[in-house]
Design a protein around this ligand. Structure first.
Ligand SMILES: NC(=O)c1ccc[n+]([C@@H]2O[C@H](COP(=O)([O-])OP(=O)(O)OC[C@H]3O[C@@H](n4cnc5c(N)ncnc54)[C@H](O)[C@@H]3O)[C@@H](O)[C@H]2O)c1
Length: 285
């Protein structure tokens, strides 16, 4: 199992990311079980997965039939479903206590040679490993949204992650047809830290009147092939989400991540970006 895709993968939490992760492993050939917190959430996860698998089959991005894919995918509310898993990826909401409790509970279900990973986007992998009895078998697998279409996974190594797992995790990511970027555990990993750094500087430039949001984004899209520009990306992610990350990076990495006043003001005014129709740009419904 260590050299290729794990045969049986568990995913804890079948929300936006968990369903995407389950989809990616299933369409790459693994047998996948998703565990949700209750029956209603399990039904929602099942619906999300059926919809995204059907879309893949329709688009021809997977050669298998929908029926064949569904045979390899199950949704449950019982953590014991992870008993024979080779790897479990945790994708419950971004809350340290919730994740620690869930990871500890999952670890107790796993065989001694199974691996455990977290899809946290900002929490410390070293801290999450703190309560685990086999921290050497634990790492971060930071998938991006939407998972099926995204090409990147950050492999986040804790201080106690074994070398075997570090190598295997990159190979799993490659088997999913994605590219691994290996990062030692640090606030914001590589992606959020750099993405937020550029976005905060762009906000400071709008704030001090250097240029308009449109022109700053155009400089980055046309000059540096940024897909949509740092300010439009902020609108899409949500200004409240970016403010939360900036506050965390400010507290851990220092003043260069201090959130600009314009970001605080927009969040206070409810201008949270695309989801509210207004952020650095105005969005049509
Ligand atoms: N949304 C993104 O763009 C994104 C990107 C990268 C990483 N992440 C990270 O992925 C994780 C999940 O985010 P999401 O956007 O999928 O959240 P989400 O709210 O869409 O999904 C979380 C799921 O976990 C389930 N859940 C909650 N408690 C549970 C428990 N104890 N046992 C089993 N299931 C439980 C919920 O029912 C829900 O379906 C977070 O750590 C987040 O930071 C999110």
């Amino acid at each position: 199992m260590i050299n290729s895709l794990p045969a049986k993968v568990g995913v804890l939490g079948g929300g936006r990311m968990g369903a995407g992760i389950a989809h990616a492993f299933c369409t790459s050939g693994a047998t996948v079980v998703v565990v949700e917190q209750d029956e209603a959430a399990a039904a929602a996860a099942r619906e999300r997965l059926d919809g995204s698998l059907a879309k893949s089959v329709e688009k021809g991005t997977t050669a298998e039939s929908l029926d064949d894919l569904k045979v390899r995918l199950s949704v449950s509310t019982d953590y014991a479903s992870f008993v024979s898993a080779d790897l479990v990826v945790e994708a419950v909401p971004e809350d340290f206590d919730l994740k620690t409790e869930a990871l500890t509970k999952v670890e107790q279900m796993l065989g001694s040679d199974a691996y455990l990973a977290t899809n946290t986007s900002s929490l410390s992998v070293n801290r999450l490993a703190g309560e685990l009895s086999r921290p050497e078998r634990f790492c971060g697998l930071h998938f991006f949204n939407p998972v099926p279409a995204s090409l990147l996974v950050e492999v986040v190594l804790g201080e106690r992650t074994s070398r075997d797992l570090a190598g295997a995790a990159s190979r799993w990511v490659e088997a999913l047809n994605k590219t691994p970027v290996v990062v030692n555990d640090a606030p914001g990993f590589a992606s959020s830290r750099l993405g937020v750094a550029i976005a905060l500087e762009a906000m400071r430039m709008v704030e001090s009147g250097v240029a308009t949001a449109e022109d700053i984004d155009a400089a980055m899209t046309l000059g540096y092939k940024h897909p949509v520009g740092p300010l439009k990306t902020t609108d899409i992610v949500g200004l409240d989400v970016r403010l939360g990350i900036a506050e965390y990076l400010h507290s851990t990495l220092g003043d260069r991540f201090a959130p600009p006043q314009i970001l605080r003001d927009k969040v206070a005014a409810g201008h949270l970006g695309r989801k509210m129709g207004q952020g650095f740009f105005t969005w049509d419904s």
